[in-house]
Design a binder for this molecule. Structure first.
Ligand code: FES
Length: 60
């Protein structure tokens, strides 16, 4: 089991990268994260996992 799993396979974005962006930039919505990493430009299959990372980081 990896400690830093891939969240978005389209862009090879790992959980830690998203969690760091949430912490450093104060993101509070999935849309904000999607814009940062261009996730809205690809398949969008990672949306639920992005939401989980956000929830774990912020409680939202
Ligand atoms: S898996 Fe993230 S946009 Fe496709």
């Amino acid at each position: 089991m990896t400690l830093d799993p891939i969240i978005c396979g389209c862009y090879d974005i790992h959980r830690r990268t998203i969690a760091t962006a949430i912490r450093e930039k104060g993101y509070r919505t999935v849309d904000q994260i999607n814009k940062e990493f261009f996730l809205d430009k690809a398949c969008g299959n990672c949306k639920d996992e992005v939401r989980e990372v956000l929830k774990a980081a912020t409680g939202n």
